[in-house]
Design a protein around this ligand. Structure first.
Ligand SMILES: C[S@@+](CC[C@H](N)C(=O)[O-])C[C@H]1O[C@@H](n2cnc3c(N)ncnc32)[C@H](O)[C@@H]1O
Length: 251
């Protein structure tokens, strides 16, 4: 949606819905790869050493990483409180474009579902600065695919109810990320996409599916309509959550 003040929208959204991304991604379990967090953690070195989790939200990644030390950073106080309440951390308030961390101080930097929200070049420059030589950066972001032919009815219903798909400040591709990683002095290592199935078999599932989308400019009525239409799909339905996972190394 054009004209959205994304920073303000994302801050308001996470203040009102702490832990929402974690709830949604735990619901979307892949039969082989498990949750998106397990899939991301599987791409990390084991052990992962000193780990920094950028835009950590409620820190759902922490339990999946074999770390020596862990530090989560996010600028949403509500998300950080959710992380602390879940017994995760340490986490602290900060902006990923201005990390108050020493040069060469992390073995592994992870970033789940946030690279598409932040100024890319500034953030990756910080990643390259804070990573130790030989260190690993790994991230997942929403992707355009893969989706299956059978996903289309639910996607069309959702899009029609919301008068357009859920929105993101920008969609990143492996190609655009590779270019940006190289520019920041990081060496792209792997890139892969997976479709995580999000079952919608109850009103609660439909509510979680719709609430977990960024939907700037949509009315409460449009959101309720999206839930109702999803719920009305014959035989229940499944929404695809297509994700791109990339890894890179600091030379
Ligand atoms: C979609 S959530 C992902 C949270 C968590 N990583 C996960 O996967 O469950 C995006 C997170 O990015 C955080 N965020 C957005 N811009 C940020 C910035 N510039 N600096 C720090 N955190 C930011 C938000 O507060 C929010 O917690």
């Amino acid at each position: 949606m054009t004209g959205t003040d994304w920073d303000a929208y994302v801050d308001r959204y996470h203040a009102g819905h702490p832990g929402i991304t974690e709830r949604a991604l735990h619901h979307a379990r892949h039969p082989v790869h498990g949750t998106a967090y397990e899939w991301l953690a599987a791409a990390l070195p084991d052990p992962a050493g000193d780990v920094v989790d950028l835009a950590c939200g409620s820190a759902p990644l922490q339990p999946h990483i074999n770390h020596a030390t862990y530090l989560g950073i996010d600028r949403s106080e509500s998300e950080l409180s959710a992380a602390r309440s879940a017994g995760r951390g340490p986490v602290r308030s900060g902006d990923v474009t201005d990390l108050h961390l020493p040069d060469d101080s992390a073995d592994t930097i992870v970033m789940s579902m946030a690279l598409m929200l932040v100024p890319l070049s500034k953030t990756l420059t910080q990643v390259a600065r804070v990573l130790r030589p030989g260190g690993t950066f790994a991230a997942i972001v929403p992707a355009a695919g893969p989706v299956l032919a059978r996903d289309l009815p639910a996607l069309i219903a959702l899009s029609a109810a919301l008068r357009g798909p859920g929105s993101m400040p920008r969609m990143l591709t492996a190609k655009s990320l590779h270019r940006q990683l190289n520019q920041a002095g990081l060496t792209p290592h792997t890139a892969g996409r997976q479709r995580f199935p999000f079952p919608v078999s109850s009103q609660r599932d439909a509510q979680l599916a719709v609430t977990s989308l960024y939907t700037p400019g949509r009315t409460a009525r449009q959101l309720r309509r999206a839930e109702t239409w999803l719920r009305a799909m014959p035989g229940g339905t499944e929404l695809p959550v297509p994700l791109l996972r990339i890894t890179a190394r600091r030379p």
